[in-house]
Design a protein around this ligand. Structure first.
Ligand SMILES: [Zn+2]
Ligand SMILES: [Zn+2]
Length: 555
């Protein structure tokens, strides 16, 4: 009998984000990605949402390493945080992925807690009890890797984020032939595969098919300055933008620190083929006519502090948007960012720019395989067991049903969610629900933890404001020393507010006097009365429900 191997999902099964799984034997834990989820407007004030890392802190001494499948934030964005909070482990990934990891670790000054171990396509590395073979995968960032992990319980294949592009920009196709060979010998015991586009029919368009429409946009905007934005790690898109710009006789500058760093990294690794002479520094922008320029910027998602969003607001140091600008958004807004991107487009257009986006022209394609591509992967891998990963709940279910429609028995496809664990044993794969809470770990400045109600409080304050009422009571004499007073923020202002405040002062004064007549009064009962008197007045008069904070001072 062979000891069981468990895989615990600490994030990524329920959200597109914070991908992280722990693959374990009795004495070793290998991490598979450690990403973040970007907070939405539903989580005001939250910097980032991390996987259920408590599970890792409790098993600190077992962790033997982390495989990073590729350099997107939903796969690497929590690494520096967990290292900073005391974990130590080596990280395995491609040169480009590790370059991005290094930036994050340098920023937090935690390189001393890790060792970056570069792996090449088709290389096999022994990590504790696991032998991991890394295979090329096509995705919207260079250097993505499929992990074929030989465990004491057979081969686990993790697809990484993948698509099957017959003509990738760098010629590096998803290594289906090797997956097919592994399916033959030794056979794939468990497949974990990307579900992002499992409810989208057909196949994703080839990245190389974006070249012609991009070139056309440049051709039809001669004489105008062209500002483009795409994901700062999408070097294949940057290559195509640069090719179109050079063909149109333009020079290129990057705008935004992450774009600048990533382009430099990709060029140093030979992943971007743009000659030195094609570049100018953004500081020299005044030396050129608009039609001679192409700026490649961050901010395709309208992120508040990004270069393009600040330019749209008129606050960018290097570029001022005007009517000789054409802005190309070579991306789709990721779910949750639609309003932000739309606002940025409005701001750009108000300043006179023309905006070309992927809703108008085919200038973006997904990095995630659609149903036909998933079908090919399942057919080639022919796994004994399947667990869909990387998706919202509906994506996971669609992917599970797809695998069943392709002939996998229903009881050989398990639907796991965050916090669940699958167990590979001699007699097959089973599911343990809720081994860990799987909670969203909210990063608020230095504080990290699950939400215990503070987000709800922020929403109340954000939507209705707060009102604080203070009463000063001589406890020994059981009488008020002076009138109560009111402080409010974000609730009402102007004369209406002043008048209601005066009424609150009067009503709270009366309520406290009445309570002090009661022989059983205490601080808590005074606070209750003050809160109730304030709340009734506030709700009736303003039809708002601000947070009410009563304060009783005893002198
Ligand atoms: Zn990705
Ligand atoms: Zn991803």
């Amino acid at each position: 009998m062979t000891n069981e191997v468990t895989i615990t999902f600490l994030g990524g099964l329920g959200d597109i984000g914070r991908n992280c799984a722990a693959i374990e034997t009795d004495d070793a834990l290998l991490l598979l990605d450690c990403g973040q989820l970007f907070a939405s407007e539903e989580e005001p004030g939250v910097d980032s949402i991390l996987p259920d890392v408590d599970y890792l802190f409790e098993r600190k001494d077992k962790i033997i390493g982390c495989l990073v499948t590729h350099g997107h934030e939903d796969h690497i964005g929590a690494i520096a945080q967990v290292l900073d909070r005391g974990l130590e482990f080596p990280i395995y990934g491609s040169a480009f992925t590790l370059g991005l990891v290094r930036y994050r670790c340098d920023e937090r000054n935690v390189m001393g807690r890790t060792k970056l171990i570069e792996v090449a396509d088709n290389e096999t590395v022994q990590i504790g009890p696991f032998s991991v073979e890394f295979l090329a995968v096509t995705h919207s960032v260079p250097g993505g890797l499929i992990s074929a992990i030989t465990t004491p319980q057979g081969l686990v294949l993790h697809s990484s984020d993948f698509k099957l592009d017959p003509h990738p920009i760098d010629g590096r196709r998803t290594n289906l032939p090797r997956i097919g060979a592994l399916a033959e010998d030794p056979g794939i015991r468990l497949l974990l595969a990307d579900s992002t586009n499992s409810d989208a029919p057909g196949s994703s368009a080839s990245e190389s098919s974006m070249g012609a429409p991009l070139a056309e946009v440049f051709r039809s905007n001669q004489g105008r300055r062209v500002i483009t934005a795409c994901f700062a790690s999408h070097m294949h898109r940057v290559q195509q933008i640069a090719d179109a710009a050079l063909e149109d006789g333009r020079k290129i500058a990057t705008l935004g620190l992450s774009m600048k760093k990533n382009v430099a990294l990709a060029r140093s690794l030979g992943l971007l083929k743009i000659p030195d002479a094609a570049f100018f520094d953004i500081e020299e922008i005044g030396d050129f006519e608009p039609g001679e320029l192409c700026i490649i910027s961050t901010g395709s998602q309208g992120e508040e502090r990004s270069s393009l969003a600040t330019a749209a607001k008129g606050g960018n140091r290097w570029i001022t948007i005007h009517d000789t600008d054409t802005v190309i958004l070579s991306s789709h807004p990721i779910p949750g960012n639609e309003a932000r991107v739309s606002n940025m487009m409005n701001d750009l257009i108000k300043r006179g720019a023309e905006v070309v986006h992927s809703g108008l022209v085919e200038i973006h394609t997904s990095g995630h395989g659609k149903r036909d591509e998933l079908t090919t992967l399942h057919t080639v891998a022919s796994p004994e067991w399947f667990v869909p990963v990387h998706g919202e709940y509906r994506h996971l279910v669609a992917h599970q049903l797809l695998s069943q429609s392709l002939g996998l028995a229903a009881d050989h496809t398990l639907l796991a969610e965050d916090g669940d664990q699958v167990v590979l044993a001699d007699d097959g794969l089973s599911l343990r629900h809720g081994v860990t809470p799987g909670a969203h770990q909210m990063l608020n400045g230095r504080f990290l933890g699950p939400d215990r109600g503070v987000i709800g409080q922020r929403k109340i304050i954000g939507q209705h404001g707060f009102v604080s009422v203070t009463a000063v009571v001589d406890f020994a004499q059981a009488k008020q020393v002076c009138d109560p007073w009111v402080e409010c923020r974000g609730w009402l202002d102007g004369e209406d507010g002043d008048e209601i405040e005066a009424e609150i002062v009067r009503l709270v004064g009366v309520a406290i006097d009445a309570e002090l007549e009661n022989k059983k009064w205490d601080r808590a009962s005074l606070m209750r009365k003050a809160r109730r008197a304030t709340g009734t007045c506030v709700n009736v008069r303003s039809q708002r429900r601000p947070m009410i904070i009563p304060v009783i001072i005893d002198i």
